[in-house]
Write a protein that binds this ligand. Structure first.
Ligand code: FAD
Length: 478
């Protein structure tokens, strides 16, 4: 993609005047937090970082950008893992940070809805729901920093998808500023609204390329009163699926999480943290399972104990521990949450966020691990993730003692081998993180020419001058 022309001083002045000089950041050190992403793969440059406080300001900014053909990169919590929220290196784009638009606008425990500004953090929304004894079930490792706007723009997944669906499933209505500054108010809380094309679904997952989400109406759910959590050791990932079916059939509660942890990951945790493995048996794979329901607190634990006892008798699992307190359940979850961090302590890591049809999971893990070993002997796969919905974070840690830089240089080669296996098994090369910059050029591999052409036509209709996050998500210049 050709870099855009520099933003001229007059345009910069007009944009800065909308938000006030203290919220138009041009000082390089103050801009840094907006230009680096969590994995430090890309460091961008920007002409200015704008921090509007109101929807009217966002609208005015886009009106000016549309008129002057200024490129705008919308940013929420800057926790995205595919580089979509980071401007390119030209320095000729504008970053639009939504972090100051962070109000909880309205919460309705009768209708079970919450209306929030796009810059509210996911954690703030979860907490507001708890305040009226409801659950907002979207849950990600980044929830203290990521924003609702970013969650919807990436259609975020996380640990609750098995029971509650992705961000899309929890979205009832949106407010969006369009590329030319016009406002679309679709803040409806209706559960049924069959009135033609569903525009909110076009914006969900659009990664800042079609419009700027400024607010959303989200679904709230009843808050479970009882939870049971277990860590289970298994030889094969296939056992996870059988356990899932048995747990679903057991009644009394629903499976609200089924996470996979690999032996390598547990070894890294034991090496780099003070956590201990509560299971005596060492195993290739571990499952973290959570069931929740609405009965008397403590009634689901015996259900899970019985279920796992039978699985042990049937030799479906090797060992299991069911948490006997909230604190122990928290510790089990901590092991899962520590996985990305302990990988960092082991040097370079080449990461993949893929999904597979459930029956193909084990085959994928076997074939992809072998392929990686052929390419880089000694590389250590650390495959973990939301196995209940077929989502594996197939990360590969560098061989012990290897040169980190030389290992990471082979990212594309390793990914090509992994993606070939994923696609051959009918999976997706982006389960939940999106496309952004990281996977933009792979789109022709995964979308048919017809699908890609339709996507480009949608982009042209919503953003005729291609000013919204150009060069992200879609492969060619429009
Ligand atoms: P940003 O990173 O700021 O932006 C992401 C994309 O959305 C960009 O393309 C940006 O242009 C666009 N965007 C942001 N705000 C808006 C808006 N208001 N309107 C239009 N476009 C917008 N993701 C998962 O799905 N599941 C996980 O389990 C998960 N776990 C994570 C754990 C950690 C530790 C980290 C660092 C990340 C994790 N992520 C996960 C990725 C990330 O947190 C999600 O993609 C999140 O939804 C991004 O939200 P954000 O506010 O940080 O968006």
């Amino acid at each position: 993609m050709r870099p855009p022309a520099p933003v001229d001083p007059e345009t910069l002045g007009r944009l800065a005047a909308v938000v006030g000089s203290e919220n138009a950041i041009t000082n390089p050190s103050e801009m840094q937090p907006y230009l680096n992403e969590p994995r430090e793969r890309w460091v961008g440059k920007a002409a200015v970082v704008l921090r509007p406080k109101s929807v009217a300001e966002v609208s005015k900014i886009l009106e000016i950008a549309h008129e002057t053909r200024t490129h705008v990169v919308t940013q929420g919590g800057n926790t995205g893992l595919v580089g979509g929220q980071i401007p390119f290196e030209s320095g000729n784009e504008v970053v639009l940070s939504l972090l100051r638009l962070n109000r909880i606008r309205q919460i309705d425990a009768i209708e079970n809805t919450i209306t929030v500004d796009a810059g509210a953090t996911l954690k703030a929304v979860q907490d507001a729901a708890i305040g009226v004894n409801r659950l907002f079930p979207l849950s990600l490792g980044s929830e203290g920093s990521c924003t609702i706007g970013g969650n919807l723009a990436t259609n975020a997944g996380g640990v609750g998808v098995l029971a509650y669906g992705t961000a899309r499933a929890l979205t009832l209505g949106l407010e969006v500023v369009l590329a030319d500054g016009r406002l679309w108010n679709g803040l409806r809380g209706l559960r049924k609204d069959n009135t033609g094309y569903d525009l909110k679904d076009v914006f969900v997952g659009s990664e800042g390329t079609l419009g700027v989400i400024t607010a959303a109406v989200l679904s709230l759910l009843p808050r479970p009163t009882d939870l049971a959590t277990a860590l289970v050791a298994v030889d094969r990932v296939e056992s996870a699926l059988e356990i899932l079916h048995r747990a679903e059939a057991a009644g009394g509660g629903r499976v609200t999480a089924l996470e996979l942890l690999p032996r390598t990951g547990i070894d890294f945790i034991l090496k780099h943290t003070s956590l201990r493995n509560p299971l005596a048996e060492r195993s290739d794979w571990y499952l973290l399972i959570e069931i929740s329901g609405f009965g008397e607190p403590g009634t689901l634990r015996p259900t899970l104990v019985n279920l796992l006892g039978e699985a042990l008798e049937d030799q479906l699992i090797r060992d299991a521990v069911v948490a006997s307190s909230e604190a122990q359940a928290r510790e089990l979850w901590e092991m899962r949450e520590m996985l990305p961090l302990v990988q960092k302590a082991e040097g370079g890591s080449i990461k993949h966020d893929v999904s597979l049809p459930l029956p193909a999971l084990q085959k994928f893990l076997d074939e992809a691990s072998a392929a990686v070993q052929r390419l880089i002997p000694g590389a250590r796969p650390v495959a973990f993730g939301h196995v209940g919905d077929g989502n594996i974070h197939f990360n590969i840690s560098q061989p012990e003692g290897a040169d980190k830089h030389a290992f990471l240089e082979r990212w594309d080669e390793v990914s090509a081998a992994v993606f070939e296996i994923v696609l051959g098994l009918g999976g997706s090369i982006s389960a939940e993180h999106g496309i952004g910059r990281l996977k933009r050029d792979l789109m022709p591999l995964i979308k048919s020419p017809v699908e890609l052409a339709l996507m480009k036509e949608i982009k042209r209709a919503f953003d005729p001058y291609n000013i919204l996050n150009p060069g992200k998500l879609l492969p060619d210049e429009q």
